[in-house]
Design a protein around this ligand. Structure first.
Ligand code: ASP
Length: 575
């Protein structure tokens, strides 16, 4: 016996006269006593059933979200009964048999109600999943992954599975640990990425590797971050940066096509890290709007305003609005969150300039920095990094607040030429900017003498201000790899303990290679127009790190911990 021989959402006028068997959920019901109308829903859509309870009294029992099976004839509706809002609105099904396959208690919320609290939606994700939104998003996720797989296959990439349980992979996050019962006191780390395994695949001669890889990172959860997420992870041998970028651009174009959207033109623009920081104050600028940062350092060298005269760097941006006092207070708070001590500004309203610092500035300075009428110039002064952070933070905020970004355009672009190292204030030492396997740029091989000025062959892909992923050309020479470890302060012994297996491999015929990883959930969320990646993941976790559906994480009985050689020193209830 088959449960069904037709799908609800596919019944159109051309099917009139057909006998169909349908199965699905009661989306809505209208009981008129002598006639019961039921909107039956499956994943393709909704169709109206017309049931006569005098022959099918069970129709009176049906409630929303009951699972039903119905058999009957597709008939055209009378013209005045046509519902133009649904695809099946020209027809209905005159039901002759109706079975309740499964009953439902009243639901905690109505399917598809957008006002429902997200935690409640996640607590009952299987109900939320019945909504058009979640159905659309999960299917879009599938289509995009399929399109990427086809592209990778066409380009000769081999899908290789790499272990989840491994040794720590430094991607800048904390590891999730897995205790090993057979060796109490020892732990696997869940892979932050397949980074080293994919490099080993290149040394193994695979030439082109890819994987839709699950990665685990113990970081604070945000709109674009989950503990576990999927990446399109790839690696290629005998390539330069441009070869890798070309593959990614093809995958992005295929993803746009799979989502039914106009793909961006290739090649995507390339911008250096230094330029991104100077013009936009961030390494992931949203280029759908301008609001560029301007430099004032040279022009304020001799300023009467001491803050400007003495700062190593002075920059500003001109916002297209004459802000009020209270709006400026709010902007100052934001600037302070990014590390500024205060916020100097010039508001231009008609001919008037409102500003507490105007009296310290010369006529030339005012003329140079004040914008046209209806604008506000916002300044930041200090060291280069601080100025970038503050103005970058303000720019992003204003972009959102003043709705500067057009939402009918997509800007995908590359940021390239990143620094190889950055200074780690907390530990007072150099550390890698992305991961320690990134190759220095040609001409920057002598990085040990001056790590801070060395550039790398790292690149990021940015879409409307979201970082979609990162990659690099890698180090394929053990001596260079060891030099990077040395700059990071890893002695010979520690290098061997942590990365001895990699150093061995690099000494046994490692080809030049490079790769990339792109966050699939981010791509899908942007493609779906969703504000965060939880909306495109079937069972995500919330910001506190919990899973509202299962109630995980949970404590473990002492016996289980003892077997693993673990003793808990916290009582989560008391925390
Ligand atoms: N392993 C890096 C990451 O997961 C990407 C790469 O360099 O290929 O971010």
């Amino acid at each position: 016996m088959s449960w069904r021989d037709a799908m609800c959402g596919e019944l159109t006028a051309s099917e009139a006269g057909r006998r169909v068997k349908l199965a699905g959920w009661a989306n809505a019901r209208r009981d008129h006593g002598g006639l019961v109308f039921i909107d039956l829903r499956d994943h393709t859509g909704v169709v109206q059933l017309v049931v006569r309870p005098e022959t099918l009294p069970v129709a009176h029992d049906v409630r929303n979200e009951f699972v039903l099976q119905a058999e009957g004839d597709v008939v055209k509706r009378a013209p005045e009964a046509v519902n133009p809002n649904i695809a099946t609105g020209e027809v209905e099904v005159q039901v002759e048999t109706l079975r309740i396959l499964s009953r439902s208690e009243p639901l905690p919320f109505q399917i598809g109600d957008e006002s429902v609290d997200e935690v409640l939606r996640l607590r009952y994700r299987y109900l939320d999943m019945r909504s058009d939104r979640m159905q659309r998003n999960l299917r879009l996720n599938h289509s995009i992954i399929n399109a990427i797989r086809r592209t990778m296959d066409d380009l000769g990439f081999v899908d290789v599975w790499t272990p989840s349980m491994t040794k720590g992979t430094p991607e800048g996050a904390r590891d999730f640990l897995v205790p090993v019962r057979l060796q109490p006191g020892t732990f696997y780390a869940l892979a932050q990425s397949p980074q080293l395994f994919k490099q080993l695949c290149m040394i193994g001669g695979l030439d082109r590797y890819y994987q839709i890889a699950t990665c685990w990172r113990d970081e604070d959860l945000r709109a674009d971050r989950q503990f576990e997420f999927r990446q399109l992870d790839l690696e290629m041998s005998f390539v330069e940066r441009e070869d890798v970028l070309d593959v990614l651009e093809r995958c992005m174009v295929a993803s746009f096509e799979a989502a039914g959207r106009k793909p961006p033109a290739r090649p995507f623009a390339r911008m250096s890290y230094a330029e991104a920081m100077a013009r936009y104050g961030t390494d992931k600028p949203d280029l759908r709007f301008g609001l560029e940062i301007e430099d004032a350092t040279e022009r304020t060298r001799g300023s009467q305003f001491g803050v400007f005269a003495n700062a190593p760097v002075v920059r500003y941006l001109v916002a297209p609005r004459a802000f009020s006092r209270s709006e400026l207070d709010r902007l100052e708070e934001i600037a302070k969150e990014w590390g500024a001590k205060g916020l100097a500004y010039l508001v231009r309203d008609g001919d008037e300039i409102r500003s507490p610092i105007a009296k310290f500035l010369s006529e030339e300075e005012l003329a140079a920095f004040a914008g046209g009428s209806g604008t506000t110039t916002l300044f930041a002064a200090g060291d280069e990094a601080l100025v970038a952070r503050v103005l970058g933070g303000l720019r992003t905020h204003l972009g959102r607040e003043l709705e500067l970004a057009r939402d009918d355009v997509d800007v995908l672009h590359w940021v390239v030429d990143f620094p190889l190292f950055e200074w780690d204030e907390d530990n007072a030492r150099w550390t890698f900017m992305h991961h320690p396997f990134t190759a220095p740029m040609a001409g920057h091989e002598e990085f040990e003498d001056d790590p801070g000025s060395a550039l790398s062959q790292h690149y990021d892909l940015i879409w409307n201000g979201w970082e979609l992923g990162s990659g690099s050309v890698r180090i394929h020479d053990a001596a260079v790899q060891q030099a990077v470890f040395r700059v990071m302060g890893l002695g010979e012994e520690e290098q061997q303990a942590k990365f001895g297996f990699l150093l061995d491999a690099l000494k046994m015929g490692a080809p030049p290679h490079g790769g990339f990883a792109a966050g699939i959930d981010r791509v899908v969320a942007l493609m779906a127009g969703e504000p965060d990646i939880r909306q495109v993941i079937a069972f995500p976790k919330v910001a506190s790190g919990s899973d509202p559906l299962t109630g995980a994480p949970t404590t473990m009985p002492d016996g289980v911990l003892r077997e693993l050689g673990i003793r808990s020193i916290v009582n989560p209830k008391a925390e």
